[in-house]
Ligand binder design. Structure first.
Ligand code: CO
Length: 491
């Protein structure tokens, strides 16, 4: 009996679930040494919302973050969360953009790619899996766990067969809403392990207080790896805390051995980070919310909902909107609720409550109903699909959605050049997903300090190049410390 392996998610899902993805690279770096020494199966450091957050809120280049984290933790494989054909955005991208993104991430050191599709449509995973394999990296295929009349354990396990057929290196049961219960987890893991020799990873959220118990059941059923995090970026809507999970396995034949003393030091360190991020910290940390079980929506979606309803002056309609969520889900073929479908279903539920059911269709609702995101697990409501066809003057798509998309990389490079932005595959894929944010990132920032003479002589990073007549942004390394500066022509 092999000891269970823990992945650690504190540098990605931990702060995405509990601190609105606001942890900066500077806040991560002091923890990297101890994290690297603990012997985790992988460190989840990238992907999900972190790339968006780097550009939108933190003024960081996501690839620079990956470079720095990779250099600081050379002993542990890095893992990222990839939304299949959506990359790390909300809509489908052409194959060439997906391929370029993966090649860039692999080049910057990403080792394991955890790849999911919000609809569990395996066709949306193929390009990503193929490209990861071609880059010589680890492709982890994902089964998004959800509950609905069409999500039987057999059907979910059948998706594992497709992932194996695609030559995935491992399988992840991803429970973004914390809905897995111990018995179901046990049966699901057992079924997959009985059919396939691949490692099985279980990823859950402690939203409803069931993740730790479900992990124990998964471990007894033969799961190979579970994801844990570090308090205060653990528990609540995040993964179970590593120390807590290890304690729960005391005396278990598969108990792991992660150094508790180091883990407690890390906890102390991250408590300091949480203080710095206080205004973003979710009150759901260390709280068990059984509402998630009755509403069957991810915890993050619940808190977003409350904020959005207040903004829309609909705070008193919370229960009506929550009751509308399963109606919208069923009409859209019981799609799982995970980014981006959780946002799509949530928004449409609000529109239905505010304007009357299907009176006002969001564009994304129309696209899902027309099959533009892929094949939903169930059947799309015929009336809703007819309405979507009529409003969009389009017919439903039955093939793989990305087959309808033209290659974009050459055009993206042209656009970068036309805007005076540094032309690279890295910038092209960032620009494809976050055009405004990428452009803003390279804009001169006000109050930029003049570069130190020594720094100017030693630019170690050529990601940004000067453009005549424009202010240019440089990342400089001086005595192993990194500085960012803006140089402007003064004439
Ligand atoms: Co997660």
């Amino acid at each position: 009996m092999k000891p269970i392996v823990f992945n650690n998610t504190v540098l990605r899902d931990g702060h995405q679930s509990l601190a609105a993805t606001r942890m900066t690279t500077a806040q991560m770096l002091p923890a990297t040494g101890p994290l690297d020494g603990l012997g985790f199966g992988a460190l989840e450091t990238w992907g999900g919302a972190t790339i968006d957050s780097c550009l939108r809120f933190l003024n960081e280049n996501p690839f620079d973050r990956l470079d720095q984290l990779k250099a600081a933790t050379p002993r542990t494989p890095h893992m990222m969360l990839l939304r299949g054909q959506n990359i790390v955005q909300y809509t489908s991208f052409p194959d060439d953009v997906v391929e370029a993104f993966i090649r860039c991430a692999a080049k910057h050191g990403m080792d394991k790619f955890r790849i999911f599709d919000a609809l569990n449509d395996a066709r949306n995973l193929r390009t990503a899996v193929r490209t990861v394999k071609a880059a010589g990296k680890h492709a982890q295929g994902v089964i998004c766990y959800t509950t609905s009349p069409v999500h039987t354990p057999e059907k979910l396990a059948a998706l594992a067969d497709e992932l194996v057929e695609m030559e995935c290196d491992s399988i992840c049961i991803k429970d973004m809403a914390g809905l897995l219960t111990p018995r179901i987890t046990h049966d699901l893991v057992k079924t997959i392990k009985a059919r396939h020799a691949l490692p099985v990873v279980v990823h859950s959220h402690e939203t409803a207080g069931l993740a730790l118990a479900s992990y124990l059941a998964a471990i007894d059923a033969g799961a190979d790896i579970v994801d844990t995090s570090i308090t205060p970026f653990a528990n609540g809507t995040g993964q179970p805390d590593t120390v807590r999970m290890q304690a729960a396995m005391l005396g278990h034949p598969r108990a792991p051995h992660y150094d508790t003393k180091v883990l407690l030091e890390l906890r102390k360190y991250f408590e300091g980070v949480a203080k710095e991020l206080a205004k973003f910290m979710s009150p759901a940390n260390d709280r068990v919310d059984s509402d998630a079980l009755s509403y069957q929506v991810p915890g993050g979606m619940l808190s977003n909902f409350r904020t959005q309803l207040v903004e829309m002056k609909m705070a008193d309609r919370f229960n009506d909107v929550m009751a509308e969520v399963p109606v919208v889900r069923e009409a859209l073929g019981w799609i799982p609720l995970v980014t981006p479908t959780s946002q799509i279903v949530g928004t449409q539920a609000m529109l239905n409550v505010k304007f009357g059911r299907w009176k006002n269709l969001a564009q994304a609702t129309i696209d899902v109903a027309l099959g533009k995101y892929g094949r939903p697990p169930g059947t799309v409501n015929a009336e809703l699909q007819a309405l979507a066809c009529k409003q969009s003057k389009q017919e439903p798509v039955t093939g793989r959605p990305a087959d309808l998309l033209e290659p974009r990389m050459p055009k993206l490079r042209e656009e970068l050049a036309a805007k005076g932005l540094p032309v690279s595959d890295e910038n092209a894929v960032l620009y494809a997903m976050f055009p405004r944010e990428t452009e803003a990132y390279y804009k001169p920032k006000p109050a930029a300090a003049a570069p130190a003479p020594k720094a100017a002589a030693a630019p170690a990073h050529n990601n940004s190049s000067p453009v005549p007549g424009r202010a240019s942004r440089y990342v400089l390394t001086v005595n192993a410390r990194r500085y960012e500066t803006t140089v402007e022509e003064m004439n």
